[in-house]
Design a protein around this ligand. Sequence first.
Ligand code: FRU
Length: 484
Amino acid sequence: PPATPQYRPSYHFSPARMWMNDPNGMVYVNGTYHLFFQHYPDAMVWGPMHWGHATSQDLVHWQEQPIALYPDKLGWIFSGSAVVDKDNTAGFGKNALVAIFTHHNDPEEKKKTNKHQYQSLAYSLDGGQTWTKYAGNPVLPNPGIQDFRDPKVSWNAAAKKWIMTLATKDRITFFSSPNLKQWTKESEFGAKLGAHGGVWECPDLFPLTVDGKTKWVLLVSINPGGPNGGSATQYFLGQFDGKKFTPDQAAPPTKWVDYGTDNYAGVTWNNAPNGRRLFLGWMSNWEYANQVPTSPWRNAMTVPRELALQRVGKEVYLTSRPAQEVAQLMQPGAVHLTGLPVKTELDLTTRLPQPLSDKMRLELSTAQLTDFSLVLGNKRGEELLIGYDKKANQYFVDRTKAGPSGFSAKFAGRHPAPRRATTAGADLTLLFDATSVELFADGGLTTMTELFFPSEPYTTLKLRSSAGLVISEFDYAKLAPDAN
Ligand code: FRU
């Protein structure tokens, strides 16, 4: 495919070249956020997996680093996590970084035994720059489960052990270890709970606080079977006692981290400072990730997000907001408008700096939420719609006509998301970066991430409403990683 520099995101991480999928090994140490990722450095499609590597001091400026882990005789390097071994439990060294990942071996063996995925270690004694694979790999052999992968490991202070949360086909299996090398199975969760439209992948387990109490959040990505097709990440809320996850409700309703089509395999940073629970996902979908029309790279990550819990009536929801560091990207020329009545259509284009940036943050609030759409358009008649449908009580992103979508029959469409807030008023934050929009509604109670590929940049921004929407505040800021 021809090079498409206009599709390159600026503040979202994308590899300089070639293929990327899941975020891996996210860990914070010595002032640096590490982001490893599923990477095939030889093609723009999925293939023999490596761990690519990028680092950041602030979550919004990323430097790509040399490849951290290459395939070896035990297999390709699938998804996993990384920890700081402060007490040298594994014996690799005090404060060693230890990566725990899935080795995926010869597909021929898969057909015979189902034992083709198992967990292995690598360590770094130089803050993540170079890695050595552990000579005793694998540390967790496969008992014969076809999908046995994506270990997320973290230290459990109560149990005084490492806990591994592992995706095992249609359920999560928890293992514990004193030293990252010997693992004991503790329990299983979820074979009959939640969404099961596809295989379970890339889990995460962490505590958050709500109503002054600790609740444990279990993230489980599934593919396919997402709310708008293909890949998506569900979550469960409950208690974890160091051995077993017990959900709050016997039959919990399925809840999704993000209702858009393009946020998958997301997990949180280990060892993040100040108790922050920082999340980042792969901003794509297995339905078309191998076909999206970008070159010479394919796929990007979401913006880093701060997770929290919020109660609404009887339910508790996971909320996502852009990490506060995103505000550092604001460029001069921000626009603040107030009291905008939308009668059928309000064209805001000329009230914003020209030409319209494709890397921007919009914030809208209203005292009375009703039907509306925000429409980005270009001279070719391509339109991206983001809005709210009052009757259905749903936010939506409609990319049906956002640009050519012939690369995949699964791409075009209108995608709804339930509104969780019950307030009359609403606030929306929208982050745009070349080919993506991330919607955070009602303080992050509803989140949608969606890709779009206009054949030329959008030049107009309009608000439409047939129901008399009044926008109380509208804020525009251009976002860029460098000062203009
Ligand atoms: C999720 C996933 C993981 C696996 C990796 C392989 O997108 O399928 O389960 O480890 O991608 O690249």
